[in-house]
Design a protein around this ligand. Structure first.
Ligand code: ADP
Ligand code: MG
Length: 250
Protein backbone atom coordinates (compact mmCIF):
# COMPACT_ATOMS: atom_id res chain seq x y z
CA UNK A 1 0.00 0.00 0.00
CA UNK A 2 2.91 2.33 0.75
CA UNK A 3 6.47 2.02 -0.43
CA UNK A 4 9.12 4.54 0.41
CA UNK A 5 12.55 4.23 -1.17
CA UNK A 6 15.29 6.61 -0.12
CA UNK A 7 12.84 9.42 0.54
CA UNK A 8 14.57 12.69 1.40
CA UNK A 9 13.02 15.98 2.39
CA UNK A 10 14.74 19.18 3.37
CA UNK A 11 13.54 22.65 4.24
CA UNK A 12 16.20 25.00 2.99
CA UNK A 13 19.42 23.69 4.49
CA UNK A 14 17.65 21.61 7.11
CA UNK A 15 17.64 17.92 6.11
CA UNK A 16 14.56 16.49 7.81
CA UNK A 17 14.18 13.11 6.07
CA UNK A 18 17.46 11.49 5.12
CA UNK A 19 16.52 8.44 3.10
CA UNK A 20 13.44 6.70 4.43
CA UNK A 21 12.98 3.09 3.31
CA UNK A 22 9.69 1.60 4.44
CA UNK A 23 6.92 -0.64 3.21
CA UNK A 24 3.36 -0.94 4.46
CA UNK A 25 1.35 -3.90 3.24
CA UNK A 26 -2.42 -3.76 2.66
CA UNK A 27 -4.22 -4.20 5.96
CA UNK A 28 -1.08 -3.50 7.97
CA UNK A 29 -1.04 -1.13 10.92
CA UNK A 30 2.36 0.51 11.18
CA UNK A 31 3.03 2.57 14.28
CA UNK A 32 5.76 5.20 14.24
CA UNK A 33 7.49 6.50 17.33
CA UNK A 34 10.43 8.81 17.84
CA UNK A 35 11.51 12.01 19.53
CA UNK A 36 10.04 15.37 18.64
CA UNK A 37 11.61 16.79 15.50
CA UNK A 38 12.66 13.41 14.10
CA UNK A 39 10.59 13.88 10.94
CA UNK A 40 7.52 11.76 11.69
CA UNK A 41 4.96 14.38 10.70
CA UNK A 42 6.98 15.39 7.67
CA UNK A 43 6.99 11.80 6.46
CA UNK A 44 3.19 11.55 6.78
CA UNK A 45 2.84 14.90 5.03
CA UNK A 46 4.95 13.66 2.13
CA UNK A 47 2.71 10.61 1.78
CA UNK A 48 -0.35 12.88 1.75
CA UNK A 49 1.03 15.35 -0.83
CA UNK A 50 1.33 18.14 1.73
CA UNK A 51 5.10 18.23 1.18
CA UNK A 52 7.11 17.46 -1.92
CA UNK A 53 10.02 15.07 -1.53
CA UNK A 54 13.47 16.13 -2.76
CA UNK A 55 14.81 12.68 -3.55
CA UNK A 56 13.79 9.05 -3.58
CA UNK A 57 10.54 7.47 -4.60
CA UNK A 58 7.21 7.18 -2.81
CA UNK A 59 4.30 5.01 -3.92
CA UNK A 60 0.81 4.86 -2.46
CA UNK A 61 -1.69 2.28 -3.60
CA UNK A 62 0.45 1.53 -6.66
CA UNK A 63 0.80 5.18 -7.72
CA UNK A 64 4.01 7.18 -7.66
CA UNK A 65 3.16 10.12 -5.38
CA UNK A 66 2.99 13.38 -7.33
CA UNK A 67 4.75 12.12 -10.44
CA UNK A 68 4.45 9.97 -13.50
CA UNK A 69 7.43 8.03 -14.72
CA UNK A 70 7.90 7.94 -18.47
CA UNK A 71 11.02 6.84 -20.30
CA UNK A 72 13.00 6.87 -17.06
CA UNK A 73 12.04 10.50 -16.42
CA UNK A 74 9.71 11.92 -13.79
CA UNK A 75 6.95 14.28 -14.84
CA UNK A 76 4.95 16.23 -12.28
CA UNK A 77 1.27 15.39 -12.15
CA UNK A 78 -1.39 17.97 -12.88
CA UNK A 79 -3.32 19.37 -9.94
CA UNK A 80 -6.40 17.30 -10.80
CA UNK A 81 -4.29 14.15 -10.87
CA UNK A 82 -2.77 14.98 -7.48
CA UNK A 83 -6.28 15.54 -6.11
CA UNK A 84 -7.32 12.13 -7.42
CA UNK A 85 -4.33 10.50 -5.71
CA UNK A 86 -5.05 12.28 -2.43
CA UNK A 87 -8.55 10.84 -2.37
CA UNK A 88 -7.02 7.46 -1.55
CA UNK A 89 -5.67 8.84 1.71
CA UNK A 90 -7.41 9.94 4.89
CA UNK A 91 -5.54 11.91 7.49
CA UNK A 92 -6.29 12.68 11.10
CA UNK A 93 -4.25 15.32 12.89
CA UNK A 94 -3.48 16.07 16.49
CA UNK A 95 -5.88 19.02 16.27
CA UNK A 96 -9.27 17.95 15.02
CA UNK A 97 -9.75 20.76 12.47
CA UNK A 98 -13.50 20.28 12.18
CA UNK A 99 -15.50 22.99 10.43
CA UNK A 100 -16.87 24.92 13.46
CA UNK A 101 -20.01 26.20 11.72
CA UNK A 102 -21.14 22.73 10.66
CA UNK A 103 -22.74 19.95 12.70
CA UNK A 104 -20.97 16.61 13.12
CA UNK A 105 -23.14 15.19 10.34
CA UNK A 106 -22.42 18.09 7.99
CA UNK A 107 -18.70 17.78 8.68
CA UNK A 108 -18.76 14.14 7.64
CA UNK A 109 -20.93 14.83 4.57
CA UNK A 110 -18.94 17.80 3.31
CA UNK A 111 -16.19 16.16 1.27
CA UNK A 112 -18.32 13.42 -0.30
CA UNK A 113 -20.81 16.06 -1.48
CA UNK A 114 -18.33 18.76 -2.51
CA UNK A 115 -15.45 16.66 -3.79
CA UNK A 116 -16.96 13.37 -4.86
CA UNK A 117 -20.25 14.91 -5.99
CA UNK A 118 -22.30 12.30 -4.19
CA UNK A 119 -26.00 13.22 -3.90
CA UNK A 120 -26.81 14.75 -0.49
CA UNK A 121 -29.30 12.07 0.53
CA UNK A 122 -26.83 9.31 -0.15
CA UNK A 123 -23.99 11.17 1.54
CA UNK A 124 -26.19 11.76 4.58
CA UNK A 125 -27.02 8.08 4.83
CA UNK A 126 -23.33 7.17 4.66
CA UNK A 127 -22.45 9.87 7.21
CA UNK A 128 -25.06 8.59 9.67
CA UNK A 129 -23.58 5.10 9.36
CA UNK A 130 -20.06 6.46 9.90
CA UNK A 131 -21.07 8.42 13.00
CA UNK A 132 -22.64 5.23 14.30
CA UNK A 133 -19.41 3.40 13.60
CA UNK A 134 -17.45 5.84 15.77
CA UNK A 135 -20.10 5.71 18.49
CA UNK A 136 -21.61 9.14 17.87
CA UNK A 137 -25.00 8.41 16.31
CA UNK A 138 -26.63 10.62 18.96
CA UNK A 139 -24.33 13.59 18.25
CA UNK A 140 -25.09 14.03 14.55
CA UNK A 141 -26.71 17.41 15.11
CA UNK A 142 -24.12 18.74 17.55
CA UNK A 143 -21.62 21.41 16.62
CA UNK A 144 -17.91 20.86 17.36
CA UNK A 145 -18.05 23.36 20.25
CA UNK A 146 -20.70 21.16 21.87
CA UNK A 147 -18.50 18.06 21.72
CA UNK A 148 -15.63 16.89 23.90
CA UNK A 149 -12.16 16.61 22.39
CA UNK A 150 -12.51 12.85 22.13
CA UNK A 151 -15.87 13.17 20.38
CA UNK A 152 -14.47 15.78 17.99
CA UNK A 153 -11.57 13.52 17.13
CA UNK A 154 -13.98 10.65 16.45
CA UNK A 155 -15.95 12.92 14.11
CA UNK A 156 -12.64 13.76 12.40
CA UNK A 157 -12.02 10.05 11.91
CA UNK A 158 -15.53 9.57 10.49
CA UNK A 159 -14.96 12.53 8.19
CA UNK A 160 -11.74 11.02 6.86
CA UNK A 161 -13.45 7.66 6.36
CA UNK A 162 -16.25 9.29 4.38
CA UNK A 163 -13.93 9.55 1.39
CA UNK A 164 -13.45 5.78 1.52
CA UNK A 165 -9.67 5.99 1.69
CA UNK A 166 -7.40 3.03 1.03
CA UNK A 167 -4.97 4.32 3.63
CA UNK A 168 -5.40 6.23 6.87
CA UNK A 169 -2.68 8.39 8.38
CA UNK A 170 -2.86 9.41 12.03
CA UNK A 171 -0.49 12.05 13.37
CA UNK A 172 -0.54 11.85 17.17
CA UNK A 173 -4.34 11.72 17.18
CA UNK A 174 -4.63 11.56 20.97
CA UNK A 175 -1.84 13.92 22.02
CA UNK A 176 -4.11 16.93 22.43
CA UNK A 177 -6.73 15.06 24.44
CA UNK A 178 -7.33 14.98 28.16
CA UNK A 179 -6.15 11.59 29.43
CA UNK A 180 -9.63 10.28 30.16
CA UNK A 181 -10.66 10.84 26.51
CA UNK A 182 -7.73 9.02 24.91
CA UNK A 183 -9.24 5.55 25.27
CA UNK A 184 -12.41 6.19 23.26
CA UNK A 185 -10.39 7.43 20.28
CA UNK A 186 -7.92 4.54 20.45
CA UNK A 187 -10.87 2.14 20.63
CA UNK A 188 -12.29 3.52 17.36
CA UNK A 189 -8.86 3.23 15.74
CA UNK A 190 -8.50 -0.32 16.99
CA UNK A 191 -11.85 -1.26 15.49
CA UNK A 192 -10.77 0.29 12.20
CA UNK A 193 -7.65 -1.85 12.26
CA UNK A 194 -9.69 -4.98 13.01
CA UNK A 195 -11.88 -4.12 10.03
CA UNK A 196 -8.78 -4.30 7.83
CA UNK A 197 -7.86 -0.65 7.23
CA UNK A 198 -4.25 0.05 6.29
CA UNK A 199 -2.95 2.58 8.78
CA UNK A 200 0.18 4.51 9.65
CA UNK A 201 -0.08 5.82 13.18
CA UNK A 202 2.38 8.25 14.74
CA UNK A 203 1.74 7.84 18.44
CA UNK A 204 3.21 7.84 21.90
CA UNK A 205 0.60 5.33 23.04
CA UNK A 206 2.84 2.30 23.49
CA UNK A 207 -0.07 0.17 24.67
CA UNK A 208 -1.86 0.80 21.38
CA UNK A 209 1.31 0.13 19.40
CA UNK A 210 1.85 -3.14 21.21
CA UNK A 211 -1.73 -4.33 20.95
CA UNK A 212 -2.83 -3.07 17.54
CA UNK A 213 0.36 -2.47 15.56
CA UNK A 214 1.64 -5.07 13.13
CA UNK A 215 4.92 -3.23 12.90
CA UNK A 216 6.68 -0.56 14.88
CA UNK A 217 9.14 1.93 13.48
CA UNK A 218 11.50 4.04 15.55
CA UNK A 219 12.59 7.22 13.78
CA UNK A 220 15.30 9.58 14.94
CA UNK A 221 17.10 12.39 13.16
CA UNK A 222 15.31 11.80 9.86
CA UNK A 223 16.15 8.12 9.52
CA UNK A 224 14.46 4.84 10.39
CA UNK A 225 16.65 3.57 13.19
CA UNK A 226 14.74 0.39 13.80
CA UNK A 227 11.73 -1.51 12.52
CA UNK A 228 10.18 -4.74 13.69
CA UNK A 229 7.15 -6.19 15.35
CA UNK A 230 6.07 -4.08 18.32
CA UNK A 231 7.00 -6.96 20.61
CA UNK A 232 10.53 -7.12 19.20
CA UNK A 233 11.18 -3.41 19.23
CA UNK A 234 9.66 -2.69 22.63
CA UNK A 235 11.00 -5.73 24.47
CA UNK A 236 14.34 -6.05 22.76
CA UNK A 237 15.43 -2.85 21.02
CA UNK A 238 18.61 -3.40 19.03
CA UNK A 239 19.91 0.14 18.84
CA UNK A 240 21.19 2.39 21.55
CA UNK A 241 19.06 5.31 20.37
CA UNK A 242 15.89 3.18 20.54
CA UNK A 243 16.83 1.96 24.03
CA UNK A 244 17.39 5.52 25.23
CA UNK A 245 14.09 6.73 23.79
CA UNK A 246 12.09 3.82 25.20
CA UNK A 247 13.65 4.22 28.63
CA UNK A 248 12.21 7.72 28.69
CA UNK A 249 8.68 6.93 27.50
CA UNK A 250 7.93 3.48 28.89
P1 ADP B 1 8.12 15.25 14.33
O1 ADP B 1 6.75 15.11 13.78
O2 ADP B 1 8.87 13.95 14.40
O3 ADP B 1 8.15 15.95 15.65
P2 ADP B 1 8.49 17.09 12.14
O4 ADP B 1 8.38 16.27 10.91
O5 ADP B 1 7.32 17.90 12.53
O6 ADP B 1 8.98 16.16 13.34
O7 ADP B 1 9.71 18.09 12.02
C1 ADP B 1 11.02 17.67 11.71
C2 ADP B 1 11.91 18.89 11.54
O8 ADP B 1 11.52 19.60 10.38
C3 ADP B 1 11.83 19.88 12.68
O9 ADP B 1 13.12 20.37 12.92
C4 ADP B 1 10.92 20.96 12.15
O10 ADP B 1 11.22 22.19 12.73
C5 ADP B 1 11.26 20.96 10.68
N1 ADP B 1 10.14 21.40 9.82
C6 ADP B 1 8.96 20.79 9.66
N2 ADP B 1 8.17 21.45 8.80
C7 ADP B 1 8.89 22.51 8.37
C8 ADP B 1 8.64 23.59 7.45
N3 ADP B 1 7.48 23.68 6.77
N4 ADP B 1 9.62 24.49 7.27
C9 ADP B 1 10.79 24.40 7.92
N5 ADP B 1 11.09 23.42 8.81
C10 ADP B 1 10.16 22.48 9.03
MG1 MG C 1 4.89 15.58 14.59
Amino acid sequence: MVRSEGVCKSFGRLDVLKGIDLEVMPGEVMCVIGPSGSGKSTFLRCINHLEKINAGRLWVNGHLVGYRERGGKLHELRESEVAAQRRDIGMVFQRFNLFPHMTALENVMEAPVQVRRIPRAKAREAAVALLERVGLADKARSYPSQLSGGQQQRVAIARALAMEPALMLFDEPTSALDPELVGEVLEVMKQLAVDGMTMIVVTHEMGFAREVGDSLVFMDGGVVVEKGTPREVLANPQHRRTQDFLSKVL
